[in-house]
Every structure is written in C-alpha cells, then in structure tokens.
Design a protein around this ligand. Sequence first.
Ligand code: HEC
Length: 149
Amino acid sequence: MKKLSVLLSLLLLSSGVAFAQKKTTAKTPAKKPTAGVSSALLAAGKAVYVQNCLSCHQADGGGVDGMNPPLTKTDYVLGDKPRLIGVLVNGLKGVEINGEEYRSVMPAQTHLSDQQMADVLTYVRNSFGNKASAVTVAEVKAMRAKALK
Ligand code: HEC
C-alpha cells in the first residue's frame, strides 16, 4: 500500500512538472508595440491588409519593382496622416517614392469602412520596419468628409 501511494504521488508529481513545462514553453515573447497600438488592433489591420493590399504591396510591404511602391519607411506611410488617408480615399496616380518614379494607378479603396481604413493604416505604420502613431477612425472620417465636398 505504501509503495502504491509513493508511486502515485511520483506520477502526480511528474505530470505536474510536465504541465508546468508546457505552460512556460507555450508563452511566446510578445513584440513591443507603439503606445496606443494593441496587438488586437494590429491583427485587425493585418486582416484588412491581406485582403486588400497584399496582392500589390506584397506580404513584406516591399512592393513590386517599378510597379507598386514599397510601404517601408516611405514619406507617405510615416508622414502626414491626412495625406496617407487620402491615398485610400482618392487613390494615387504618378508619384516618386524613395527616389523611384511610379506611373501606375492605385485604385481608391472606398469599399473599406472608416474602421478598416484606420486599422489597415495603423497596421502599415507599425509593420515592415515602420513605427508611427495609430490612425484613428475620427481622422479617417474627417478626410472622407473632405473628399465628398
Ligand atoms: C492594384 C494594386 C494596389 C492595391 C490593391 C493597393 N495599392 Fe497602394 N499603391 C499602388 C500603386 C501602383 C501605388 C503608386 C501609385 C503610382 O504609381 O502613382 C500605390 C501607392 C500607395 C501608397 C503611397 C506610396 C507609398 O509607397 O508610400 C500607400 C501608402 C499605399 N499605396 C497603401 C495601400 C494600402 C494600405 C492598400 C490596401 C488598403 C493599398 N495600397 C492597395 C497599388 C496598389
């Protein structure tokens, strides 16, 4: 009887250890986001990006040489937010990005909601090596209202 209980407690102990190990290995170190930019917000933005932008700007934001400009540390992405929002609201035709000329057309993305535009731009501004403040729904609303005038 004594032997059995020793065996049992050993079993319990080892399974407890295994459980504890599992718990610690399951934890992956979280990336440090910009203040006010939660991982949930980035996940929402990524989903919009994958569906609406990836085909042209690529998964790594590197773009396609001579056709679709990169989204990595460009003036548009990191600069003035109304101008950046304007790219989605109005589309874009003929720009110089990081010293390279692009003569393609980016179609306006007005099928996206204000929330989706804010999310995807926040994602872009905090991915591909970029780090900049979030774009808010209010900022998108203001730009869209202007475009309608
Ligand atoms: C059909 C291809 C296409 C899609 C889809 C597309 N873009 Fe673009 N985008 C372009 C092209 C082409 C340009 C440059 C326009 C030019 O040649 O004048 C551009 C320019 C830009 C720019 C400004 C220039 C730069 O590189 O910083 C931003 C920002 C941008 N796109 C973001 C987005 C986002 C965000 C989405 C998704 C919501 C998106 N684009 C979807 C093709 C596309």
